[in-house]
Design a protein around this ligand. Structure first.
Ligand code: MOS
Length: 738
């Protein structure tokens, strides 16, 4: 189905099943521990051996030799594959770093061997017996030091943000120089780790020249293509299966060393092999969100109309890597006749920087929305009002392009009302509650709505059961449930008459889970397949599909009603793919929100506690308010992490992330997160898809860190421009406690 005109009325609009806050249909498997995650696929193939990945002990240089002779005689060892005996392997389509092969080390903990043994402990113990003769070279690991030599680059996150090295509208410098009120500051955001619960893990088994990988991956079609390329075999000889994913956040968009080394280990051992990356390898072997240094300049009239806005960002990456696209939202969020956005990239020899939840916007809004707060204060205008005053309904770079739907102002106003913003004390450091200095902050949320081609197969059997198959993944997001809701709505059956099967490369290729495009795109694919199935049913019954009503498990036409199963004698299977036309180009499609946060800052210790959070989101039709809310509060939680604690500590001498486990790399726990409210504006976006939905999975993280930072400033009067806002950055500036 080609989607190239705005959606009219369709069966989804009935909202009998879609739009309802349904519990997850896979919830019982997860809560009873029976949902099989990659490392637990014990039943898929017999006699699985364990692979343990050895990571490089240097960050840059060569490997002269590796002695595996002792390791090979260690108990239980079945095979060892080293990087020296493997020619450097091709990279997957989206990878920057080479995953295996050759004698060059690009980054610390790059995989240099896999040891396969009967047990995990034996494999790990044997790996310690391998000796490696390195020829280390000096690397570049310090973004601040390398920023001076950074070059302008174009780049895109692969998730809908990005652009040219420099983009301009009007004359920024001229307008900034003439502006009545100006603002110019520099900020820094930290390297962050996805820190998902489930590590990267794969079970691999060969049958002749065909390999099956039971793995944990967000994008089956990318994984399928990449593994064929990396292993140098036809796609038809690779099968990927990833029905449950315990979090990914962008870290599992691409295949990583676990998949490659499980395949190589299994080949060498002549047995199925399972490999999980250990926690340290997640930080240093896989990808991370790159740190940034950002400069924001805003010029405005005295009454708060922005006349000039500039946002520049510098980040680092390996050669061939992309910049963090942190300036992206600044092209679209606020009006202003004169504009400049620019990205620079410094070459660093740290592990690969790549997409992490809302790549670009998450660190970009962390900065832009603090700058907006600072500018509002300078202007003496309420920060909500300042944002409202500078709303735009068109793309400022191409004023003919309207937003498909944009209600940022609605989010800000409703949020201000519900949060009690009017009670805010504009004078920072002036509200005290016992030992706590109390403040509130606001920020806008913005994230583009990408749409991606997505296919599905639906089957109707004689019992009236609808089975949906698509290689779409559920990365903890609720995909199983919204796909079931979509099929149930389209076919007029209850949810328990729908079976959803996901994550298998044998199923039709879907949009996959990335860039918050998954829910809207994959359900649209299911919608397309169901339209086809409805036609097939109608044809069987000899009725006009336009007259057929699919309801209560029946197909009705006039006063004739046939149970759905009866119309499917012998079964009916159809397949279709939704393809998106020009609408995503003629219109700017984005999602919007407003975050409100209240914090308390301990007047003695500068400990920061979040007390209250509210997000208002405008993201088209909400397919399932319960799972959508979970997505948004998850994003808000990650945003608190980025604001207050998440930081990969760079050892700038040895070139690695030193806090490579969950003891050192802190993420928010339940005790850190207080009451969270989420309100969805009641809207539909017929330009986006037949579902009239948009993405929401990344909107929740966008801007929330700035709202936290602005609340901390409102509480203390101390502005810290270097994330995360740890108490050491406040202590010596805290107001007198007495
Ligand atoms: Mo992307 S960072 O996996 O949504």
């Amino acid at each position: 189905m080609k989607f190239d005109t705005p959606a009219g009325q369709n069966p989804i609009d009935r909202l009998k099943v879609v739009g309802q806050p349904t519990d997850r249909i896979d919830g019982k498997y997860k809560t009873t521990g029976t949902a099989p995650y990659a490392y637990e696929r014990h039943d898929v193939t017999p006699s699985q051996a364990y692979g343990y990945v050895l990571g490089a002990g240097i960050a840059k240089g060569g490997i002269r030799g590796m002695d595996t002779s002792i390791a090979r005689t260690a108990p239980g060892v079945l095979a060892i594959v080293t990087t020296l005996e493997t020619p450097r392997m091709e990279r997957g389509t989206m990878n920057t770093a080479y995953l295996f092969g050759g004698d060059q080390v690009q980054h610390y903990h790059q995989a240099i061997a896999v040891v396969v043994a009967e047990t995990f402990e034996q494999a790990r113990a044997a790996s310690f017996l391998i000796t490696v003769d390195y020829t280390p070279e000096t690397g570049k690991f310090d973004l601040a030091a390398e920023a001076k030599s950074a070059k302008p680059v174009k780049g895109d996150s692969g998730e809908g943000s990005g652009g040219n090295g420099e983009e301009r509208v009007g004359d920024f410098e001229g307008a900034f120089a003439k502006a009545q009120v100006t603002f110019d500051e520099i900020y820094a955001t930290a390297d962050e780790s996805h820190a998902m619960m489930e590590p990267h893990a794969t079970v691999a088994a060969w049958e002749g020249d065909k390999v099956t990988l039971w793995t944990s991956n967000q994008m089956i079609t990318w994984a399928h293509e990449s593994m064929a390329k990396i292993l140098g075999i036809p796609k038809a000889n690779v099968r990927i299966d990833s029905p449950y994913v315990g979090g990914g956040f962008g870290g599992k968009l691409f295949v990583r060393a676990d998949a490659v080394l499980a395949a190589l280990g299994a080949k060498a051992a002549g047995r199925p092999v399972k490999v999980a990356l250990t926690r340290p390898l997640i930080a240093n072997n896989t990808t991370h969100r790159p740190a940034t240094i950002q400069r924001v300049r805003i010029g405005a009239t005295k009454d708060g109309t922005i006349t000039a806005i500039a946002h520049e960002s510098t980040s680092g990456n390996l050669p061939d890597g992309d910049p963090e696209t942190a300036v992206s939202q600044t092209k679209l969020l606020y009006a202003g006749a004169n504009r400049l956005t620019a990205m620079k990239l410094a070459l660093l020899d740290l592990p690969e920087g790549n997409a992490m939840r809302a790549p670009g916007e998450a660190p970009g809004l962390m900065v832009l929305e603090v700058a907006m707060d600072e500018m509002a204060e300078k202007l003496g205008i309420d920060p909500v009002e300042f944002r409202v005053r500078n709303d735009t309904q068109v793309d400022p770079h191409a004023p003919d392009r309207r937003f498909s739907h944009r209600d940022l102002v609605g989010c800000l106003k409703l949020g201000a009302d519900r949060f009690g913003w009017a009670k805010r004390n504009a004078k920072p450091g002036s509200l005290r509650d016992g030992q706590w200095l109390v403040g509130v902050g606001v920020a806008s949320a913005f994230r583009n709505n990408m749409v991606m081609k997505s296919g599905a197969r639906v089957r109707l059997d004689e019992q009236g059961t609808v089975t949906v198959e698509t290689d779409m993944t559920d990365i903890g997001t609720g995909t199983y449930t919204i796909i079931a809701q979509t099929a149930a709505e389209m076919m007029g059956v209850p949810l328990d008459k729908v079976v959803v099967r996901l994550g298998d490369s044998d199923f039709p290729a879907s949009a996959g889970s990335g860039g918050q495009w998954g829910a809207n795109s994959s359900t649209s694919g299911v919608y397309a397949a169901c339209v086809k199935l409805r036609e097939a049913v109608a044809q069987r019954l000899g009725i006009n599909s336009a007259d057929a009503v699919f309801e209560d498990g029946q197909v009705r036409s006039g006063n004739r009603g046939v149970p759905l199963g009866e119309a499917a004698q012998g079964g009916l299977t159809v397949e279709d793919t939704i393809e998106f036309g020009e609408l995503s180009k003629t219109y700017q499609q984005s999602t919007f929100g407003a975050h409100f946060v209240e914090v308390g800052v301990d007047v003695h210790t500068a400990e920061i506690r979040v007390r209250r959070m509210l997000a208002v989101c405008a993201a088209g039709r909400i397919l399932n308010p319960k799972s959508a809310r979970s997505q948004v509060i998850g994003g808000m939680t990650m945003g608190v992490g980025a604001a207050l604690m998440e930081e990969l500590a760079v050892d700038t001498k040895r070139g690695f992330f030193a806090n490579h486990d969950l003891a050192g790399y802190e993420v928010p726990v339940h005790a850190d997160i207080p009451h969270q409210d989420v309100i969805f504006l009641d809207e539909v976006d017929p330009i986006s898809s037949p579902m009239k939905a948009k993405g929401v999975g990344e909107l929740g993280i966008c801007g929330v860190s700035a709202a936290v930072a602005n609340a901390v400033y409102n509480a203390t009067g101390i502005r810290v421009r270097e994330y995360p806002l740890t108490l050491d950055k406040f202590l010596d500036r805290m107001p007198d406690a007495a």
